[in-house]
Design a protein around this ligand. Structure first.
Ligand code: TYM
Length: 328
């Protein structure tokens, strides 16, 4: 039986954090046996904001290494670097030509990012979601596992696909976002009313996947809680709720089990146990990361194989698109 296709992407930035892991990567690993998977380090998306070339090169390698270290494997998944498969840029251009500007003006991520960037807003940043649509549509993707913040981009991708199919005939499969029921929006530690992010100035807000155990302990110790005492899941108490949600995701216990476990205990207990559970989750990943990036050429060989596999599939789709439009 043909498996359904999964595609997802991750930017080539350092400081990959627990939100990226729990909202996306962990699910990719868990889902990979059921599907035909493409996981892409989206370096062309990364350059929509200024990047230092040497740092970017290092970050591309780091993120690809983290994906394999987290448990994505070549037998079940194709992992590749976006710029290695030229079809992504080519399809993005063709989709640009059918996407109304108004659709992009509505994107909340663009509004947020362009506010931060102020006078550095590039055309690329505006066009970001169209490149993302190209990523997804090239592989006849059925399912796009992402965190909640990407939902709007996947919906836009569907709209673009529908518009193309309406104009030129059925070419693209309409994808659905898959957002995990828990973990789709991991919040910051010091500011639990905002999502955990890489760009947060206050570094203590996020746990990075390569943080040392003592850094993890220190950050969780400082995490914002409240003046209540009871340890219960309650969205209105965003700090404690977030810590409990992270605990739930890394221990895979149920909410009832967790509330029973912490009944009568203090926030100090919660923080200490959470820190140890996070460390336990990240340690094997960090160990594998060191192993596979330590061996020269190992990661590169996997990425070359990934790019070849992805290219073969993407080129077939791109050819169809060129024909439909009348360019071939
Ligand atoms: P990026 O690199 O910002 O994030 C990678 C994945 O991590 C998820 N995520 C979170 N999940 C839960 N809580 C958080 N605090 C949190 N922060 C980030 C994101 O939702 C994402 O799934 N535009 C995409 C990259 C992309 C893409 C694609 C994704 C490019 N092309 C095609 C899917 C399909 C992005 O910026 O991800």
């Amino acid at each position: 039986m043909d498996k359904k296709t999964v595609f997802s992407g991750i930017q080539a930035t350092s400081n990959q954090h627990l939100g990226n892991y729990l909202g996306a990567i962990k699910n990719w690993v868990e889902m990979q046996k059921q599907y035909d998977n493409y996981f892409c380090v989206v370096d062309l998306h990364t350059v929509t904001v200024p990047q230092d070339p040497d740092t970017l090169r290092a970050n591309i390698r780091e993120v690809a290494g983290l994906l394999f270290a987290a448990g994505i494997d070549e037998d079940n998944s194709t992992v590749f670097i976006q710029s290695h498969v030229k079809a992504h840029s080519e399809l993005a251009w063709l989709l640009n030509c059918i996407t109304p500007m108004g659709w992009l003006h509505r994107m909340t991520q663009f509004k947020e990012k362009s506010e931060k960037a102020k006078d550095e807003v590039s055309v690329g940043l505006f066009d970001y979601p169209v490149l993302q649509a190209a990523d997804i549509l090239l592989y006849d993707t059925n399912l796009v596992p992402v965190g909640e913040d990407q939902k709007q981009h996947v919906e836009l991708c569907r709209d673009i696909a529908q518009r193309f199919n309406y104009r030129y005939g059925e070419v693209f499969v309409l994808p659905d976002a898959y957002i995990p029921p828990v973990g789709g929006r991991v919040m910051g530690l010091s500011n639990p009313d905002k999502k955990m992010s890489k760009s947060e100035e206050k570094k203590d807000d996020s746990i990075f996947l390569l943080d040392a155990p003592d850094q993890i302990r220190a950050k969780i110790k400082k995490a914002t809680t409240d003046s209540h005492r009871e340890i219960k899941f309650d969205e209105k108490r965003s700090g404690v709720n977030n810590l409990l949600t992270i605990y739930q995701l890394v221990t895979e216990k149920t909410r009832d089990q967790i509330e029973d476990h912490f009944a009568g205990k203090s926030y100090k207990d919660l923080k200490e146990q959470l820190a140890e559970a996070v460390i336990e989750t990240l340690e094997p990943l960090q160990q594998r990361y060191r192993e596979l990036t330590g061996e020269k050429g190992y990661l590169e060989a996997m990425l070359n194989r990934g790019a070849k596999r992805a290219e073969a599939r993407a080129e077939t789709k791109l050819r169809q698109v060129y024909e439909k439009i009348g360019l071939r």
